[in-house]
Write a protein that binds this ligand. Structure first.
Ligand code: E4P
Length: 216
């Protein structure tokens, strides 16, 4: 399973790169706004800066919602760097655009996915990645992991090649469960990835080893 970091923060991306476990980055307009990136040129330059730090795919999201606008934006984003994946919302115009991008050799990440039906449509259009938002599904009282499992089963039965990118990950358990339920990729805040490190018995055991090492 691949690990993407879900951030537009360059320091966090550098931190994840140093750990040696980062396979890519996902961004969205909210994450870009959080970093205070405004204006078209600054946004495009920020994507380039992210690509310079990442040896892997970087999802850059369009903000248009009509076919022509999505395609025009996506072409500009894809031309920034070979690792850019154009992130397109799960709407009818988005599905048309994903088909266009697929037919024209531009890779895509279909975002804002909340149902198996949407997952089937995105795969039919040839999306490279599919982003089911499991945290937001959980927030609304449904089971995000059940959705991952259902999509993974459908994709396996139908031999769809779209990779399942579990998004809206909130904690380390989400990562473990996404792995268990067949996600190809998880995209998460660095805090959730670092949360995987933690176990009290590791801390207790290490303290004891270090104490005993003084006797050597
Ligand atoms: C990633 O592609 C998504 O944009 C992101 O994971 C959404 O996460 P959130 O629900 O925590 O905003």
């Amino acid at each position: 399973m691949k690990f993407f970091v879900d951030t537009a923060n360059l320091e966090q991306i550098k931190d994840a790169a140093v750990m040696g476990i980062m396979d890519g980055v996902t961004t969205n307009p909210s994450l870009m706004a959080k970093e205070g990136i405004t204006g078209k040129d600054n946004i495009l330059n920020h994507y380039k800066a992210i690509c310079a730090l990442v040896d892997g795919d970087v999802s850059a999201e369009v903000i248009s919602t009509d076919f022509d606008g999505i395609v025009a934006e996506g072409k500009v984003l894809a031309a920034l760097h070979p690792n850019i994946v154009v992130k397109v919302p799960m709407i009818e115009e988005g599905i048309k655009a994903i088909r266009w991008f697929t037919d024209n050799g531009i890779r895509t990440n279909c975002t804002l996915v909340f149902s198996a039906g949407q997952a089937i449509l995105a795969a039919k259009a040839g999306a490279t990645y599919l982003s089911p938002f499991i945290g937001r599904v959980d927030d609304s009282g449904w089971d995000g992991m059940q959705l991952i499992e259902q999509i993974a089963n459908i994709y396996a039965i139908q031999d769809f090649r779209t990779e399942i990118l579990a998004a809206s990950i909130r904690n380390p358990l989400h990562i473990v469960k996404a792995a268990e339920n067949g996600a190809d990729v998880v995209t998460c805040p660095l805090s959730a990835i670092k949360g995987l490190l933690k176990h009290p018995l590791t801390d207790i055991g290490l303290a004891k080893f270090l104490e005993d090492a003084k006797k050597l």
